[in-house]
Design a protein around this ligand. Structure first.
Ligand SMILES: [Zn+2]
Length: 314
């Protein structure tokens, strides 16, 4: 188990000790963050006949020797199911099958567990079917949803789960974990879609356009189009702003995105301006979420014009 998962194991161990483990858990984390390993550890633990509590680490572990552990390791444990789809979607039938499985009595132990990998692949119908199961949990059942991107799940599903976001260490801290075969590149930004090289390129382009607009008020139209049409752009906007705010508070940022000149400009600009811009963006995000039919073009234009006035304030 990679070392940054220990704190999450501690949280779950604490909940188990208090018998307060939630029925539904949503683990969010990038590929390589270890969410699958964490879910496997937890579900095996729930089935183990003689789990061990490590006082010093405050973490439970499964014994790996009992009948249940052996069956689990062989992927033959009857009261545990994993939904992992190779297709683009997880359909309603797969989710109904989980519901039936959970309604039945456990065959061996007391608990029943389900892991749904890539939960964002659920179709709307599947997600709605899952909702029913989440609303009426059966005794001693635990559902763990895994996703790289909780934002693409139905809010009603999210609200019925205990959400845990696994954030692997970044920057210097990450380098010390390098031997644990983590892809350095993907973890730096914490944005799941940037695993895709083509989208990562778009992100670089977006960042450059962003700088050009905020610094020189150029490329207004390009930036509006990106905001209105690129589904990731608002999150990227938010990401850039949080990075700049962190940068102003002494955090490291990915400097390769900026020229030395741009960095000097970023440093010289008052943090207050980025803070105001950030607040503005959050409000705009709220508007976008609240309206059903939103004119993204118009809202993006307004946002950028308001940002420009913040930049020009004395
Ligand atoms: Zn065991």
């Amino acid at each position: 188990m990679v070392n940054w998962l220990v704190e999450y194991q501690q949280q779950f161990s604490h909940l188990l000790k208090q018998q307060k483990l939630p029925h539904a858990i949503l683990l969010q984390g990038l590929a390589g963050s270890g969410k699958q390993a964490l879910a496997t550890w937890l579900t095996q633990l729930l089935h183990c006949q003689s789990p061990h509590y490590h006082q010093s680490e405050k973490v439970y572990s499964a014994c790996q020797q009992c009948k249940h552990c052996l069956l689990y390791q062989q992927k033959n444990y009857p009261d545990h199911q994993v939904i992992k789809s190779d297709k683009n979607t997880i359909g309603v039938d797969e989710i109904r099958q989980i519901s039936h499985f959970l309604e039945k009595k456990a065959q061996l132990g007391l608990n029943k567990t389900v892991i749904v990998a890539d939960a964002q692949k659920m179709t709307i119908a599947a997600a709605n079917a899952l909702l029913k199961t989440l609303e009426e949990p059966t005794n001693n059942s635990t559902i763990i949803l895994l996703t790289a991107d909780a934002a693409s799940l139905l809010p009603t599903v999210i609200s019925r789960c205990r959400v845990l976001t696994i954030t692997p260490p970044v920057g210097r801290e990450l380098l010390t974990n390098k031997e644990q075969s983590v892809d350095l590149y993907i973890n730096i930004s914490q944005l799941p879609e940037l695993n895709d090289k083509a989208i990562a390129q778009e992100f670089v382009h977006f960042t450059q356009t962003f700088i050009k607009y905020f610094r020189y008020q150029q490329d207004f139209d390009t930036l509006v189009t990106l905001l209105a049409e690129n589904p990731h752009s608002y999150r990227w906007f938010e990401k850039i702003l949080t990075n700049l705010l962190r940068f102003h508070s002494g955090w490291e940022i990915n400097q390769s995105l900026f020229t030395p000149e741009e960095l000097a400009w970023l440093t010289a600009l008052a943090q207050e301006k980025w803070w105001k811009t950030y607040q503005l963006l959050l409000n705009t995000n709220k508007q976008i979420k609240q309206l059903n039919q939103v004119n993204k073009q118009f809202i993006s234009e307004k946002l950028l014009l308001d940002c420009a006035s913040i930049m020009q304030e004395k």
